[in-house]
Design a protein around this ligand. Structure first.
Ligand code: NAD
Length: 295
């Protein structure tokens, strides 16, 4: 079993570090927040006095932080303390540019690195059922895969440095656009006197079917496990969908890709957040499309 340093013990990182501990690894962790440190300590995770102290003897380092600027700052801080040959894995959702910069910094220190953002949310982090989308060399992937397997159910190697982040934002751009499309169809059906169940019965088995409809239906009733049946409690918060859509649009601009529906989705989720539903599940976008906040 390895000594693993874990930096960033929030809603996702805390339970992920707990699962590494449960798998028998020695986990030395750090977070700026006392609340996060206390919650992770209850899961058996060892708490270090600083990020540098956490990584000093680590064979593998995992970071799970809010955004690219945090990842670059933490990696710049810890890399001088890390032995060459160590593997660094960043599982935060960050912009592709920052991810590639982080890989370059690790390379300069003689370390291996992976960008490995996740899907599956807090439930997946707790239950070790996350999907990891991974970018980096074959050598780094071979070393990191067994560790990621302790925190998730599926690990997909998407190619070179930054490609994990690229896969994540492309997938979530599809998701944001498709949820708006499905929600628009339900709002139109309501105006036309077509019941939610009838639309679902037809579209979920026809060419309109997709994950946003069949699994995560934005109206209560047809899919009992969808957040719509639980007062739109996240799930996957609208604020996080907005973050990922903005990342997709930054990447599209930088790469010269035309993504007009992604741009429209980012605008709509921006309004949804400004409207006060950033903490609700992203399927609550249907409220905005109806033009009123109640269900
Ligand atoms: P969070 O805000 O709950 O946790 C982030 C943690 O990082 C906080 O505890 C914060 O104190 C800590 N932190 C910030 N700067 C630090 C520093 N310099 N040193 C040490 N600790 C520092 O966020 P989260 O929900 O755990 O998400 C983490 C990442 O995972 C984000 O990039 C997010 O986009 C991504 N993600 C989240 C979800 C989700 O459902 N929550 C799903 C998929 C991906």
């Amino acid at each position: 079993m390895a000594i693993i340093a874990f930096i960033g013990l929030g809603n996702m990182g805390g339970p992920m570090a707990g699962n590494l501990r449960k798998a028998g690894h020695e986990v030395r962790a750090f977070d700026l927040s006392q609340v996060s440190k206390d919650a992770a300590a209850e899961l058996g995770v060892g708490i270090a006095g600083s990020a540098r102290e956490a990584v000093a003897e680590a064979e593998i380092v995992v970071t799970m932080l809010p955004a690219g600027k945090h990842v670059l700052a933490v990696w710049a801080d810890i890399l001088p303390e890390i032995r060459p040959g160590t593997l660094l894995i960043d599982s935060s959702t960050i912009d592709v540019d920052s991810a590639r910069k982080a890989h370059a910094m690790a390379g300069e220190r003689g370390c291996l690195s992976l960008d490995a953002p996740v899907s599956g949310g807090v439930g997946g982090a707790k239950g070790a059922t996350l999907t990891f989308m991974v970018g980096g060399s074959e050598e780094a992937f071979a070393l990191g895969q067994p560790v990621l397997a302790r925190m998730g159910r599926r690990t997909v190697h998407c190619g070179a440095a930054g490609n994990g982040q690229a896969a994540k934002i492309c997938n979530n751009m599809i998701l944001g656009i498709s949820m708006i499309g499905v929600s628009e169809a339900f709002v139109l059906a309501e105006k036309l006197g077509l019941s939610h169940q009838s639309l679902f019965d037809v579209a979920s088995t026809s060419s309109g079917q997709c994950w946003s409809l069949n699994t995560y239906c934005p109206v209560p009733g047809p899919v009992p496990t969808s957040p719509a049946n639980n007062d739109y409690k996240a799930g996957f918060a609208s604020a996080l969908m907005l973050k990922d859509l903005k990342l997709s649009q930054e990447a599209a601009q930088a790469a010269g890709a035309s993504t007009p529906l992604g741009a429209a989705a980012a605008q709509l989720y921006g309004i949804h957040n400004a409207w006060g539903e950033g903490g609700a599940d992203f399927s609550a976008i249907i409220h905005l499309l109806r033009g009123r906040p109640e269900v």
